[in-house]
Every structure is written in structure tokens, then in C-alpha cells.
Write a protein that binds this ligand. Structure first.
Ligand code: KIV
Length: 272
């Protein structure tokens, strides 16, 4: 199939909507820094997510809970400075939108003002509806996130696949409609059965972006460090790696050390 949207100079929420209508899949990856974001944008990736997975891959925490709004703003503004084409979505970190919709709006406004991002993402359905609605009233596009929502890890107690039981699956379907009706422009479906993701994708008019949710969703997202093979000891079933960059970096650094120690680097051409 021809890629209908590769010629757009700037991916917008409307472009993503057209992609769903035309059956063109949406490719989304995370990024947290300028150099990687610049590389990703040159590949014509559709969406870059400045995910709160930065807490794990950039800061070494076990969960996404500790990352702060100030930290997310530093990552997101670095990414945004590199991006000309992709749609940039920024995760609202834990504690910045759940309790109080006024606080949610203030957090979203800080993200938009201080980073120049195109949209925010937050986790949850009905329980965060008031926050979503208030953010939307300010003209800020919102991406939802259902299924495995890592900010609720202490409630779930596990990162295992969600909504395998009928009751939870029905709740997820209801929440997907809640997000659509509220006016979210897209939603992430994380780690849920493929059949359920397919059903949600067919039922809602906004794009669904899956991670561990099968191939019927309107798009896919992976954490950059995971798909490049940089993250060690993280091999969930849904993850496909597209390189061995962890090993490559390690080998490059070992070679550099050997060259320095043996006075092989710098050579005559590499000095003044
Ligand atoms: O934080 C993140 O990287 C995410 C994706 C896994 C969807 O939310």
C-alpha cells in the first residue's frame, strides 16, 4: 500500500484522523532528547511521544511514578527543538492531573507553553474525564491511554496483560467511548488482548495506537530504547527489537578504551 501521508510537512491530529480513515497505519516511538528526536524526525516517523517511561529509561526508576512535571518539561522541550514534522505528544506525569481538573489544566498549560509540544497524553478513562474535558476546553489536544496504565502499577500490582476478564474488558470498551466522546484525538491501548483492541478500534472513530495490543489497532508505539535493543533484560512478548544497539555501544566503547590505553587513538591524522 502507498503511504498516503508521507508527504505532509507537519503531522497534525487531523492527519492522524485521515490516516485512520484511509487505513494507513500510524508509527509512533518515544524520544526524550534532542539528538534522538532529530534522527527520528528525519525518518518521517508520524508521532513522537515524550513518554513518562523516561522515568525508567532515562532516570533508572522501577516505575513511572517519581518523574516530575519539571523533568518532563526538560525532556519535551529538548525533543521539540529537534522536530519539524512529527506530532509531538507529552505524557502528563503521575500526580499532575488525577485529583483536580484545575491542576490538570494548569499542568497541561505548562507543558504546552514551556515545551511547544502539540498535545498531551494522560492515563485512564471515566475517572479522569473531568480533567480531560477541562484540558480540552483550553484547546489542548489530548491522547488517552487505556489497558495497562503504568501510573496505576500500585493498584494492579503487576505489569501483566490487562482486561482478559469480561468485566474489565467491558469497562475498557466503555472507557474508550468515554474518551472518544470527550474529544480525545487518539488513544493508546497498552497490553490488552488483540481481539479486544480490534473491537475497540472498530467501534471508535479516533485512532487507536497499540503496544502489546495486536496488529488491528490504527498504529503502534514502542519505547525507543527497547526497540533498539539498548534496554537490557526487558523482553516482553510484544517487543520486537530492530537492532543490537546496546551491544554495539558496548563494543564501540570497549574499542575506544583499548585504543586509548594502547595509544592507538589519536593517530597522526587526528591531531594538530
Ligand atoms: O510512557 C510511555 O512510553 C508510554 C508508552 C509505552 C505508550 O506511555
Amino acid at each position: 500500500m502507498a503511504y498516503l501521508q508521507t508527504d505532509v510537512t507537519k503531522v497534525t491530529t487531523r492527519v492522524l484522523q485521515n490516516m485512520k480513515l484511509n487505513g494507513e497505519k500510524i508509527a509512533m516511538l518515544t524520544a526524550y532528547d534532542y539528538s534522538m528526536a532529530k534522527l527520528l524526525d528525519s525518518t518521517k516517523i508520524d508521532v513522537i511521544l515524550v513518554g513518562d517511561s523516561a522515568a525508567n529509561v532515562m532516570e533508572g526508576y522501577d516505575t513511572t511514578l517519581p518523574i516530575t512535571l519539571d523533568e518532563m518539561i526538560v525532556y519535551a522541550s529538548s525533543v521539540k527543538r529537534a522536530i519539524k514534522r512529527a506530532l509531538v505528544v507529552v505524557d502528563m506525569p503521575f500526580g499532575t492531573y488525577q485529583g483536580n481538573s484545575k491542576q490538570a489544566l494548569a499542568s497541561a498549560i505548562r507543558i504546552m507553553k514551556e515545551t511547544g509540544a502539540d498535545a498531551v497524553k494522560l492515563e485512564g478513562g471515566e475517572e479522569v474525564l473531568e480533567s480531560i474535558c477541562r484540558i480540552l476546553t483550553a484547546g489542548i489536544p489530548v491522547m488517552g491511554h487505556l489497558g495497562l496504565t503504568p501510573q496505576s502499577i500500585n493498584k494492579f500490582g503487576t505489569y501483566a496483560v490487562r482486561a482478559t476478564e469480561e468485566e474489565e474488558a467491558q469497562r475498557l470498551i466503555k472507557d474508550a467511548h468515554v474518551l472518544e466522546q470527550a474529544g480525545c484525538f487518539a488513544m493508546v491501548l497498552e497490553k490488552i488482548p488483540a481481539k479486544l483492541a480490534e473491537r475497540v478500534t472498530k467501534e471508535v472513530k479516533i485512532p487507536t495506537i497499540g503496544i502489546g495490543a495486536g496488529n488491528a489497532t490504527d498504529g503502534q508505539v514502542l519505547v525507543l530504547q527497547d526497540m533498539l535493543g539498548i534496554t537490557q533484560q526487558f523482553k516482553p512478548r510484544y517487543l520486537r527489537t530492530y537492532g543490537t544497539f546496546g551491544e554495539d555501544i558496548s563494543n564501540a566503547v570497549k574499542q575506544y578504551i583499548a585504543d586509548v590505553k594502547s595509544v592507538n587513538f589519536p593517530n597522526e591524522k587526528e591531531q594538530y
